[in-house]
Design a protein around this ligand. Structure first.
Ligand code: SAH
Ligand code: SF4
Ligand code: F3S
Length: 425
């Protein structure tokens, strides 16, 4: 068993973990397969945030085992289902986040083991982070893991465990290691980056420290918890523009104060709007994106209208929208679920409103000049590149520019929701 393949579901933190697992296996002499079917071992890094994601991963694991692959099941579903995955034939080994260092050994011995305890060390606390080989010009760097908030709908605190922050020195050391390989953009990751505290520095101080002690072209950070956005942090961002990005991902979840209370989010509708006003005052060019959920058990039609109201007042540049999905162990799972038709009708209305506003905002970009970083070939026409503004908005360029280059563009029109840009420099 020498050839492995890592398949990743879920959030960026899983993407980061998958990079580290890949490095761990390469260090031990394993070879990365071109595809799953070409591999002997498949590491499935899974997500449990919604039921659909979970079911997809389990079904895929069974398919792979049926094809004779040795399936190492890791990530949030591993932590949630544990031994059951071995019993029902979905995995050969099951490991949660703090047991990843064991992966090479388990493959070596074809061991059928389960370790979902939270006793071990996270990979980002080991030397593998300083050996990692870049996968592109833009890389993720996890700064904190876990969550202490226990929002009533969310499984993450149960799967990722309590919050732990990495020492600031290690974070900068990892960024230096990536810079030496030509990485020009880093995204600092955590379930709640603004809860960062390594015993000395808080998140605002970490941002200042990273920006002052690195030379990467751009530094992003996600996800921010709306409750903990401080004026201090916004001022640090303002003082390091444009290297520190003024793209803020601020998950609203709901616009109703009652639902927010039932969700245990720790802010009201008014407080969210006020926080956004602070952002706009200190960072007038800020791009604000969000996550919104519809169909939480206690959400009435009136509560949903409050969500639409916040969407209109805040004018998000983009929103990821979800239908509430009951999750094991969570408090909200004990409440009756709303009918699917109610939830999906609200989702449709929400998406229409979010898109209408996002389009209006994009229209205001026409005629303006933006510096953009070329990310990849565009989906619709791969002969033209897709680039990102400092605020992480995608722009399709009018001619080919190599990936990883930085150019200035003038926005000429908005097609669908995507700005088109003429390269001017
Ligand atoms: N830490 C982040 C969110 C991480 S989960 C925060 O506090 O905002 C990513 C997104 O998944 C959440 O923002 C939420 O919108 C969605 N989500 C989480 N649990 C969910 C559930 N049970 N059903 C549907 N969507 C959910
Ligand atoms: Fe989940 Fe809430 Fe923690 Fe975000 S803050 S990961 S939604 S419990
Ligand atoms: Fe999913 Fe776990 Fe991330 S549940 S969203 S992979 S923290």
């Amino acid at each position: 068993m020498r050839k492995f393949y890592v398949r990743t579901y879920g959030c960026q933190m899983n993407v980061y973990d998958s990079h580290l697992i890949t490095q761990l296996l390469i260090d031990k002499g394993y070879e990365q397969a071109e595809s799953e079917l070409d591999a002997d071992v498949v590491i499935l890094n899974t997500c449990a945030v919604r039921r659909k994601a979970e079911v997809k991963a389990v079904d895929h694991a069974r398919f792979l085992r049926h094809k004779g692959k040795f399936v190492v099941f890791v990530g949030c579903v591993a932590r949630e289902r544990g031994e059951q995955l071995l019993r029902d034939g979905s995995a050969d080994a099951v490991l949660a986040h703090r047991a990843y260092s064991k992966i090479p050994d388990i493959i070596e011995k074809s061991q059928s083991v389960v370790d979902i305890s939270l006793n071990g060390k996270l990979l980002e606390f080991t030397d593998v982070v300083f050996r990692r080989v870049k996968t592109g010009f833009s890389e993720f760097v996890t700064i904190m893991e876990g969550c202490d908030n226990f929002c009533s709908y969310c499984i993450v605190p149960f799967t990722r465990g309590r919050e732990v922050s990495r020492p600031a020195e290690d974070i900068v050391k990892e960024i230096h290691h990536l810079e030496k390989q030509g990485v020009i953009e880093v995204t600092l990751l955590g379930q709640n980056v603004n809860s960062y505290f390594d015993g000395r520095m808080d998140f605002a101080e970490l941002l200042d420290y990273v920006a002052s002690n690195s030379s990467v072209y751009r530094i992003r950070y996600t996800t921010l918890n709306p409750r903990d956005v401080s004026i201090k942090m916004l001022r640090v961002v303002a003082s390091h523009l444009p290297r520190l990005t003024d793209w803020l991902h601020l998950p609203l979840q709901s616009g109703s104060t009652k639902v927010l209370r039932d969700m245990r989010r720790g802010y009201t509708k008014e407080e969210f709007i006020e926080m956004v006003q602070n952002v706009r005052r200190i960072l007038p060019e800020a791009v604000i994106t969000t996550d919104i959920m519809v169909g939480f058990p206690t959400e009435t039609e009136e509560d949903f209208l409050d969500t639409l109201d916040v969407v209109r007042k805040v004018e998000f540049d983009h929103a990821f929208t979800f239908i509430y999905s009951p999750r094991p162990k969570t408090r909200a799972a004990m409440w009756p679920d709303l009918p699917y038709e109610v939830k999906s009708a609200r989702l449709r209305k929400l998406i229409d409103e979010v898109d209408r506003i996002a389009r209006q905002k994009r229209e205001r970009m026409v005629g303006r000049v933006f510096e953009v970083l070329v990310e990849r070939p565009s989906d619709k026409d791969p002969s033209l590149p897709m680039a990102r503004t400092r605020g992480y908005l995608p722009v399709v360029l009018d001619r080919w520019i190599p990936i990883g280059e930085i150019v200035k563009v003038k926005i000429t029109e908005i097609k669908g929701l995507t700005p088109l840009g003429r390269v001017i420099k």
